[in-house]
Design a protein around this ligand. Structure first.
Ligand SMILES: NC(=O)c1ccc[n+]([C@@H]2O[C@H](COP(=O)([O-])OP(=O)(O)OC[C@H]3O[C@@H](n4cnc5c(N)ncnc54)[C@H](O)[C@@H]3O)[C@@H](O)[C@H]2O)c1
Length: 308
């Protein structure tokens, strides 16, 4: 296996710092022409600093790589469009999009105002929509594309004080589940990274959420997350619909599964008391399985796609 990016263009949003910077440097080292997108704002999403994306481009060029900056705000439709336009104008194609840009507006739900909600959903979830919506026609026309969105265990499992962030991060899982289906016949693979690595963002998470876990996250490096992102963005990866957690050299899959539950029995009465009395069977995850779409497992789907 060789995860090379020679002759490929990779867009990394939020690439001016932290995880995105680590991804961008590694893509460039592996031959990619990189669009380094970053507004350069503060961790709450306020302010702008074009020097942040420009510095990563300089670093890439100093190492012999190729990169162009984009200072666009991916939370705006025009911003996402311009990120892709930057790639097309400079390099004429887009092979992979890494949706990584993000902010934090942590507050207990009762203190979270509409602006905190909209800013978080905008940077994270709409930030995926805007760039991917612009890249999608390019992928379809090329009949090739790779997408890696960046979720969080906050969205997958929950974290106190992150209602906006957790909702946005979980929303990406829904977006992936649909795009993996719509991209399939065009060779577009859509996957998700769930990272943990010490960045300025983790430095702001209050230790009250779980002192032990945060302390552990703070010794993990962004560079230890990047290999999973690079593999999923490469032409070597033919899987789609995966959520991979990466932290400190550990990698594992996160999935939404379907329980076996209890089957319908035609004519049998199923009232609330019956549900309560059978709650442990209904909620059991024994023999649970992952669905590929509404009605098929991946194995069902692959069998149906085989020529007769
Ligand atoms: N660090 C972790 O442990 C961790 C854990 C789970 C998820 N994440 C996610 O990983 C991603 C990267 O986080 P990080 O820890 O490297 O944080 P970071 O703050 O170091 O980097 C995020 C970058 O995104 C940029 N950005 C923010 N909003 C933007 C916008 N609208 N348009 C363009 N750029 C924008 C910022 O300027 C910043 O440079 C985020 O989506 C974050 O939610 C990080």
């Amino acid at each position: 296996m060789n995860c090379s990016f020679d002759d490929q263009t990779v867009i990394v949003t939020g690439a001016g710092r932290g995880l995105g910077r680590s991804h961008a440097l590694e893509f460039a080292r592996r031959g990619a022409k990189v669009v380094v997108n970053d507004t350069g704002g503060d961790v709450n999403g306020n302010g702008r600093d074009p020097g942040v994306a420009a510095a990563v481009c300089s670093e890439i060029r100093a190492a012999g790589g190729t990169a162009v900056p984009s200072f666009d705000d991916v939370a705006q439709y025009e911003g996402g469009y311009n990120v892709v336009k930057t790639a097309m104008d400079a390099f004429g194609r887009v092979d992979a999009v890494i949706c990584n840009a993000g902010i934090l507006r942590d507050l207990a739900f009762h203190n979270m105002n509409e602006d905190d909600w909209d800013a978080s959903l905008g940077a994270h979830l709409k930030g995926c929509y805007t760039v991917l919506h612009a890249a999608w026609p390019v992928f379809r026309q090329q009949r090739y594309g790779r997408v890696v969105m960046t979720t969080s265990i906050s969205g997958a499992f929950g974290n106190f004080g992150q209602a906006n962030y957790g909702a946005a991060k979980a929303g990406m899982i829904g977006l992936m589940n649909v795009l993996k289906l719509e991209g399939e016949k065009y060779g577009v693979m859509v996957n998700i990274i769930s990272p943990a690595g010490a960045t300025r963002m983790t430095g702001t998470v209050p230790s009250a959420s779980d002192a032990g876990r945060v302390a552990q996250a703070n010794v993990n490096l962004p560079e230890q997350v990047t290999p999973a992102v690079v593999y999923m963005a490469s032409s070597e990866c033919h899987d789609s619909g995966m959520i991979i957690h990466a932290q400190g050299g550990q990698f594992y899959r996160i999935a939404i599964v379907r329980g076996r539950g209890l089957p319908a029995e035609p004519g049998a009465e199923r009232n609330a008391e019956w549900v309560g009395e059978h709650w442990s069977d209904i909620t059991s995850l024994d023999d649970a399985y992952v669905m590929w779409n509404l009605g098929q497992t991946r194995a069902d789907h692959d069998r149906a796609a085989q020529p007769a």
